[in-house]
Design a protein around this ligand. Structure first.
Ligand code: GDP
Ligand code: IMO
Ligand code: MG
Length: 428
């Protein structure tokens, strides 16, 4: 039986191919919902042969029959949102009629972006390699209860008092700590009022929208951004993003009950990539890593930075599956491994049994990964959309991934477009 709602999330360090899969599955849902992160995300899909990169809009946006929801857990840069709508509208047609945004979303402000940039370039702070889009500072404001939310931009009086409190704090920081220029209150306020006006027709109680849809037996697809290893609580802290991008973030960020997501599809690449700083135990140094990066087009969809490549790390994926009720895997980019003689899968972090598995607060810089080796396949898998046509050795790889991770592989992706997809579990 099909689950009431479903979720598609990355289980690694992001860029697993979530956008392609959400677009592929959108026919099976009545709405898609982004519930955390912001325009640090870059989700690539191919629609009618054209490549689109989405940062804030759900990847269902080109499906005329699905509505697009942005839940309260998302931090929104209005500038980025409206630029994206303008860019995508000619292909997606009628975006503004299908898009609903929670008025409780935190707005990314110019002072968030400035602080993100100043901290990243200062020697006094650990360099995280952020996307410099103000994501961390915006979430900091949210949890320290001084965020400007969309709702605050609808009343000038309310905005004035909130912005006075917040901006005076930031301006003190910019001037006294960083020795930078202060931001102009009126400029920031006017922009917020202008965006509040533009956002106003798009606002809806997203939590209630989901509840009402479910009551009518309609399905919602929750689209994760980033990946579980970048989750602020479950990831490789401090080299993480500022939100809960593991399944734990769905209920709070979208506004539904934790039991409302019946099926959680964890998207994993056949290898692993990471952009920005932070440990990556299975990183492949040298020419092989570069070859995989080149073949896989591993360049950041948001920042254009090169992505580091490594072997599939089953230790971290297994841990994330275990602590997040992940139902099944979607294995992407297997075609990138076509033609390799041998392929490695990391199954342990140390010979010593007690340090073999992923553990809370583990120093990933110090682990000593052990691998199993699978024979590669000389035949191409690129573009195959029927599992029966898969080379036997590629099937062995898929089956090994399912075995070491302990959940089935329900979807395999063999290329960037929808046609290059194998739906193994028809019940999704
Ligand atoms: P996301 O952030 O998880 O949506 O992933 P990105 O869009 O940042 O990065 C995934 C990249 O791989 C994009 O360029 C996709 O077009 C591409 N892609 C997705 N699935 C496949 C696949 O199965 N094979 C290949 N070769 N490319 C893929
Ligand atoms: P999608 O949704 C890969 C990384 C950044 C940095 C860290 C913190 O496309 O998978 P931030 O700007 O969020 O404060 O940066 O998180 N990061 C991503 N890496 N894919 C993403 O999104 C990412 N979003 C943030 O590179 O290491
Ligand atoms: Mg991406």
């Amino acid at each position: 039986m099909k689950a009431k709602n479903l979720a598609v999330l990355g289980l690694q360090w992001g860029d697993e191919g979530k956008g392609k899969i959400v677009n592929f599955l959108s026919d099976r849902a009545d709405a898609a919902c982004r519930y955390q992160g912001g325009h640090n995300a870059g989700h690539t899909l191919i629609v009618e042969g054209k490549k689109l990169v989405l940062h804030l809009l759900p990847s269902s946006i080109c499906h005329q029959n699905a509505s697009s929801l942005i839940g309260k857990g998302v931090v929104i840069s209005c500038e980025a949102l409206f630029a994206e709508i303008e860019e995508i509208e000619p292909i997606a047609n009628g975006i503004l009629d299908r898009l609903k945004i929670s008025p409780a979303c935190t707005l990314i402000q110019p002072y968030h972006i400035l602080l993100d940039q100043l901290k990243e370039k200062s020697n006094s702070f650990t360099t995280i390699g952020t996307t410099l889009r103000g994501i961390g500072p915006a979430y900091e404001d949210k949890v320290s209860r001084k965020a400007i939310r969309i709702i605050d931009t609808l009343s000038e009086t309310k905005l004035n008092s909130k912005l006075e409190e917040t901006l005076s704090f930031y301006n003190f920081l910019f001037k006294e700590y960083f020795g930078e220029k202060e931001l102009d209150f009126n400029e920031v306020k006017d922009k917020n009022l202008e965006y509040g006006n533009k956002l106003s027709p798009l606002l809806a109680d997203v939590s209630n929208e989901i509840f009402t849809m479910n009551k009518k037996n309609k399905r919602v697809l929750f689209e994760g951004a980033q990946g579980a290893l970048l989750d602020v609580d479950q990831g490789t802290y401090p080299f993480v993003t500022a939100s809960n991008c593991s399944p734990a973030g769905i209920a709070s960020g979208a506004g539904c009950g934790p039991l409302d997501v019946g099926y959680i599809l964890g998207v994993v690449k056949a290898y692993v990539t990471r952009v920005g700083e932070g440990p990556m135990p299975t990183e492949i140094e040298g020419s092989l890593g570069e070859e995989i990066a080149k073949k896989g087009g591993e360049v950041g969809a948001t920042t254009g930075r090169p992505r580091r490549c490594g072997w599939f790390d089953a230790v971290s994926v297994k841990r994330i599956i275990q602590s997040n009720s992940v139902s099944a895997l979607c294995l992407t980019k297997i075609d990138v491994l076509d033609g390799l003689e041998n392929i490695k899968i990391c199954t342990g972090y140390d010979e010593d049994e007690s340090k073999k598995a992923f553990a809370e607060c583990m120093e990933l810089e110090d682990v000593n990964p052990s691998y199993i080796e699978i024979e590669g396949w000389p035949e191409p898998t690129a573009g195959i959309n029927n599992y029966d046509d898969f080379p036997q050795k590629a099937k062995n790889f898929v089956e090994k991934i399912a075995e070491v991770c302990g959940v089935p592989v329900d979807i395999i992706s063999t290329g960037p477009d929808d046609a290059s997809t194998i739906l193994i579990n028809q019940e999704i």
